[in-house]
Every structure is written in structure tokens, then in C-alpha cells.
Design a protein around this ligand. Sequence first.
Ligand code: PAF
Length: 285
Amino acid sequence: MQTIQTIAEMRKAIGSTEGTVGLVPTMGFLHEGHLSLIRKSQESCQRTVVSIFVNPTQFNDPSDYENYPVDLKKDLDSLAKEGVDLVFIPNPAEMYPKGRLKVQMAIPELTANLCGLHRPGHFDGVLLVVSKLFNIVQPDQAFFGLKDYQQFLVIRTMARALDFPVDVVGCDTVREADGLAMSSRNARLSEKAREHAALIPRALNLVQKTLDDRKGRYSVNCQELCEIAWDVIESGTMNKVEYMEIVDPDSLQKLDELQQDRTARIATAVFCDGVRLIDNRAIHF
Ligand code: PAF
């Protein structure tokens, strides 16, 4: 496994690589969710590049950036075990050299609600770093987890709009035994908070169950469904819901009613003992 820190070296390594390249961008502190993206890449591409970069431009809250968990040694061990070909670990000065003018990227239509509304500037930073990574690594395919559903849509839209010749692939969320979506942030939960966090997937699943129970009706009110899920989550006293919304799965526009045979996405962000967790799932009426 080759470990690379500079953009110039990365370009050189990619230039001498034969076959298709899959990219898995990460911010490190890898878990099974990341490893599943890596395995997907290895299944469909001849070479897999994993980037580890805690991207400062996507953190709207400086303390979230400072507290972001890091364990490079453990990450490199698991990447070597997975048989990854290249690991790109630039430092912030390599990606954002001092003195350069700031470039801003935005897709306002996809970021007006959900995390885009609650983390101003977050997706601008994600788009900037991911477009730089696409440019540096020149992957044929890039793999992203659908836990970050809005992020996946935003990146796919950017890649199409800017004609990056990359196939942006969304991969199913990997969950713990009790349903909690895997996230590097879960490591920051105390044992008690971890129990309360398990209410998040339970609440989203209950929304689908409610829809199943109401089969035969003409439509269901989304506000009412969101309130059911909201209450379940906040029955855990350490939980505070930031948002809970039912949206169109492509445009991310908020839906007020679900008519029969409609597929949508329910998405939430929850502060669990101060740790911000997100989750979402497809729902069908
Ligand atoms: O999902 C993440 O870990 C990050 O947002 C990403 C895509 C690696 C960009 O920094």
C-alpha cells in the first residue's frame, strides 16, 4: 500500500496506474461503513484510492472540527488489511495553500433545507474538497454512503454539472446491531447516550410501519408522521432533534402530504448528548 501526502505525488502515482480507479473520500476514523465503500470500489475498479482528510472548510462549528476523532495509525492498519492500493493523506496547507483566493461552490436548490439549512457553508466546503479530490485522483467511480443522503445528491449533481467523468455511486448505510447508523461521531457517545441514540433508527422505522398501517387511505400528512418520529427520539432525554423532514428523494423539496404509491425520504439530525448524528431512510406509502 502506497501512502501519499502531496498532490504532485498523487498525480504521478495515478498517472502510472493502469486500469480503472475507484475513489473513497473519507475524513478518517474509519469504521465498517467506510470499509463497505472500499469493498464496493474493489469489486468494480482495478485500483482503489482512499483519501483521509479532515476538511476544515466543511465545518461550520470550529469545536466540531477540533473534536473530530483521529486515529491515523489504526486507519492505515485497516486499509492495509483491506488491500487498498493508494492512500492520500494531504495536510490542510497542501489542500488549501495560504494566500490563495477562496473559491466558493454552491448548489442552492439542493441545500436550502436539512443539513444545508442547519450547517451554513457545510456543503460549499464538501463540494470544494470533493471537486479537488476528483481533479487530483481522476477516478472512474467514487463511493459515498447514503447515510449522508443530501451530501450524495449534492456531489452527484456537482459532478454532472462540471462534467467530471466520474460515476458517483451511493452505497447503503451500514448499521450497528441495534440499527444505529455507523458514524465516526458514535465514538464520542457515552454508554448512556449510545442507548438513547438507538432511538433514531427506531423512530424512522416506526414511520414506515405507520404508513403500512394506514394503507388504503388516500394520503397521509407528513407533519404528523414527523411528529411521531420526533417524539420517539426525544423520549430519550439526552436527545434533541434538530430537524425531521420528509422530502422528495430527488429534489429534496419538503413534502406536506404523501399520496398512495409515493416513495420519499425521511431525514433527521439529532444532538445526542451534544453529538450531532444524522440518519435517513426511504419510505413508501
Ligand atoms: O462524508 C465525509 O466524510 C466527507 O464529507 C467527505 C465526503 C470525505 C468530504 O470531506
